[in-house]
Write a protein that binds this ligand. Structure first.
Ligand SMILES: NC(=O)C1=CN([C@@H]2O[C@H](COP(=O)(O)OP(=O)(O)OC[C@H]3O[C@@H](n4cnc5c(N)ncnc54)[C@H](OP(=O)(O)O)[C@@H]3O)[C@@H](O)[C@H]2O)C=CC1
Ligand SMILES: O=C(O)C1=N[C@H](C(=O)O)C[C@H](O)C1
Length: 267
């Protein structure tokens, strides 16, 4: 499968280049960064530390997408929406790990999925997607007597909050309870907040150091507390998940898919 990495000089971009180079059946055919980036013109393999791949980073995605079967995209919301339109035009696979997407962005991705095969997830690791299923079950079994709080910690460079993973886990909890996350989530607390409302799903965000990604889903009930947690130790888990998603989507119909589809975890 011929793959392009956009945001190739980023923390995840470099991991993705490495994962593509190490995966049998995959070949890196393009690497994209924004115009003006110092990475433009450099070899993507040298940037990623895999050795020379003879794939120079460029700032012009269109001709690169035209020669590819899929694109791996861990960039930023505005860039991802633009890349989705190009992937749809080229009728290729678009694997999206970018977080911080808002409702209007999702609407544009859904539109692009009429022609592209999109796999989008706030977390591409096996562990977190398994955890989401456990959270759904626990939320359904425990009911509103147990207060749900989702705590996450990431490195100091992360720009969005709550994390895509925290929101994914919140959605799983809301599904378990058969409620809408939008209506029940409490994303910030400050000052005289009053007592906690039964049924709310709370979020707390920590940022610091080099933490790859930690998530704790707490079910705090009368006299007992259940905690379900995931610790990411290496960004390679996300990159390998993204390559797996691209290979899975290669011969699918155009549509909007998730990592649960890729891993066969739904249902
Ligand atoms: N779903 C998952 O499993 C995971 C998701 N993520 C998400 O992936 C995203 C990226 O994370 P991370 O790698 O740490 O961030 P980085 O900032 O290190 O990397 C993002 C890269 O994308 C580049 N970029 C931004 N806009 C464009 C554009 N228009 N064209 C080309 N390149 C562009 C940035 O360039 P510049 O620096 O010039 O802006 C940068 O090199 C985040 O949303 C993060 O939350 C991260 C890990 C796992
Ligand atoms: O920005 C990151 O680093 C990560 N982002 C994703 C998120 O927002 O959940 C996934 C992972 O936790 C790392």
């Amino acid at each position: 499968m011929r793959l392009v990495v956009v945001g190739a000089a980023g923390r995840m971009g470099r991991m993705l280049v490495k994962a593509v180079a190490e995966t049998e059946g995959c070949r890196l055919v393009g690497a994209i960064e924004r115009p003006g980036s110092q990475a433009v013109g450099q070899d993507a393999g040298l940037l990623a530390g895999t050795g020379l791949l003879d794939v120079p980073v460029t700032d012009d995605p269109l001709p690169v997408f035209a020669q590819a079967d899929g694109v791996l995209d861990f960039t930023a919301p505005a860039a991802t929406v633009a890349f989705a339109a190009l992937a749809a035009q080229a009728r290729i696979v678009h694997v999206i790990g970018t977080t911080g997407l808002q409702e209007p962005d999702f609407a544009r991705l859904e539109a692009a999925a009429r022609h592209a095969r999109i796999v989008q997830s706030g977390n591409m690791s096996l562990g977190v997607n398994l955890l989401a299923g456990l959270v759904r079950r626990a939320a359904a079994a425990l009911g509103e007597d147990f207060d749900i709080e989702i705590v996450e910690m990431h490195h100091r460079m992360k720009v969005d909050a709550p994390s895509g993973t925290a929101l994914l886990l919140g959605e799983a909890a809301a599904e378990g309870r058969k409620v809408s996350l939008n209506e029940r989530s409490v994303r910030v607390r400050d000052g005289h907040t009053g007592a906690r409302r039964a049924g709310d799903i709370g979020f707390a965000t920590l940022r610091g150091g080099t933490v790859v990604g930690e998530h704790n889903v707490i079910f705090a009930g009368p006299g007992e507390r259940l905690e379900l947690a995931h610790r990411a130790e290496d960004r390679g888990i996300f990159a390998r998940g993204a390559v797996r998603a691209a290979l899975w989507a290669f011969d699918r119909k155009p549509g909007y898919y998730t990592m649960a589809d890729v891993l066969g975890l739904d249902g």
